[in-house]
Design a protein around this ligand. Structure first.
Ligand SMILES: [Fe+2]
Ligand SMILES: [Fe+2]
Length: 272
């Protein structure tokens, strides 16, 4: 119990097996929440997180162009989608703990750590949920190749907390809000109740992660007396490669504290 929060984060990042990573993440998140409730949070401390988190031997990681595409309407296509979601969720577990470990030296209110630890716990449950659905279909995480390069955003922003918040929760996780409703509809059409339930949980909780990003991004803009919108545009242009893709889920983005003038100017088209 004497581990600092940063050391707990590093231990999750250094755990390779997916289910073991998720279990350790949930255990540490519960410890943090209990200690916070008791008014005795562990110290934040410091850590030396790995440049890239440990991952299981499988799935094989390939360049996105070399990951075979399957028809989304077919059963194999739906398995491939779920496999890709599991891969994203496992990456998200690492991304949230990496914010805690890598930026432990930046003084932040305890609420910052509460938010990312809670988000990491939710990602761990998302990973487990999607793995359960894959296994119910006779597949498993690791059965198919997965995208390499998902850690790129973390590497690019390893020294820039505001850049990290702009690109990871406020661009990448916000993109999840845009695409998840169509995915839910696809599994509804296929009558896959297990997948629909998992995706609905993910969709509901991801709004919170985008909101944490926006909250702490605005906090840091306030600390440094920066204009949030201009700073967001500059950081996304620096660290994110390519334009943002509409259609945007304006309703959920608004709920998460992302106004249209943040993302529309970064897209290749103008609002309809
Ligand atoms: Fe998630
Ligand atoms: Fe998330």
């Amino acid at each position: 119990m004497s581990l600092s929060l940063a050391e707990m984060a590093e231990a999750v990042l250094r755990t390779g097996d997916g289910r073991a990573k998720a279990a350790l993440s949930l255990d540490y998140a519960a410890r943090w929440a209990e200690a916070r409730a008791a008014g005795t949070p562990p110290e934040i401390g410091s850590a030396t997180p790995p440049d890239r988190p440990a991952r299981p031997a499988r799935p094989e990681l390939r360049d996105p162009r070399d990951v075979p595409r399957r028809r989304p309407g077919s059963p194999q296509g739906r398995i491939a989608i779920l496999h890709a979601v599991a891969h994203i969720e496992l990456n998200a577990v690492d991304l949230h703990w990496d914010i805690v470990a890598r930026f432990a030296g930046t003084p932040m209110p305890l609420g910052f750590h509460d938010d990312w630890v809670k988000a990491a716990a939710e990602e761990s449950r998302h990973f487990n949920l999607v793995c359960d659905v894959l296994e119910a279909h006779g597949s498993h995480y690791g059965a198919l190749p997965a995208h390499a390069g998902m850690w790129r955003a973390a590497e690019d922003t390893a020294d820039d907390l505001m850049g990290r918040l702009a690109v990871v929760p406020m661009v990448l996780e916000a993109r999840g809000l845009d695409v998840t409703p169509d995915m839910i509809a696809l599994f509804e059409k296929a009558g896959d109740a297990g997948a629909v339930a998992a995706l609905r949980t993910i969709y509901a909780e991801e709004v919170g992660h985008v909101a944490y990003g926006s909250k702490w991004f605005h906090f840091l803009c306030g600390r440094h007396e920066l204009d949030p919108k201009d700073t967001f545009h500059a950081l996304v242009r620096r660290y994110f490669h390519g334009p943002l893709k509409p259609p945007f889920n304006e309703e959920k983005r608004a709920e998460a504290g992302l106004p249209p003038d943040f993302y529309w100017p970064l897209s290749e088209t103008t609002p309809r």
